[in-house]
Design a protein around this ligand. Structure first.
Ligand code: ZN
Length: 164
């Protein structure tokens, strides 16, 4: 009996949610959960985000991070937080057909760059500017096939900064 009462409550709640539908905000609200930022010197990346609904984590390679300017450090950290806030998982991109898999992964990188930029535009625009310079220097090369070229990332960040 208690089980059915609970089910009724869940149904009522989902009906309520469906009727109060609102369009997606441009900048999703900050997550209510705690993101753990953990050091990992074995990472080949500066940092990676691992989305989990309750225990999202960001791993940072302190050795690689220290080589970057404070402005770039702020950008890359904001980029990883953006992946988590956007609930990006590798699994969702890997569901794309093989031919468009890298493009799907690259799209997620651009989305994370854009959200990070829009957030930084408010209180640390120098970090976004530093990222534009960093990626312009990278030019037509990219970190790997899953990341867009430096030029594409720089153009995207500049557009996201201008849109604010
Ligand atoms: Zn990323």
């Amino acid at each position: 009996m208690a089980k059915f009462a609970h089910l009724a409550l869940v149904l009522a709640a989902s009906t309520l949610m469906a009727s109060s539908y609102q369009p997606e905000p441009v900048i999703p609200p900050a997550p209510t959960f705690q993101v753990s930022v953990l050091p990992d010197s074995t990472l080949k990346d500066v940092a990676i985000a691992v989305y989990h609904p309750e225990h999202p984590r960001i791993y940072v390679n302190p050795r690689l991070m220290k080589r970057l300017s404070p402005a770039l450090q702020a950008f890359f950290l904001a980029h990883e937080y953006a992946h988590i806030d956007l609930r990006h998982t590798r699994a969702s991109a890997l569901r794309a057909p093989a031919a468009s898999r890298n493009e799907a992964l690259q799209e997620k990188e651009l989305e994370a760059d854009c959200l990070a930029t829009r957030r930084l535009a408010l209180d640390d625009p120098a970090a976004a500017q530093a990222a534009i310079r960093f990626f312009r220097r990278q030019g037509d090369s990219s970190y790997d096939a899953e990341h867009p070229t430096g030029t594409r990332r720089a153009d995207n960040i500049a557009a996201c900064l201008g849109a604010e």
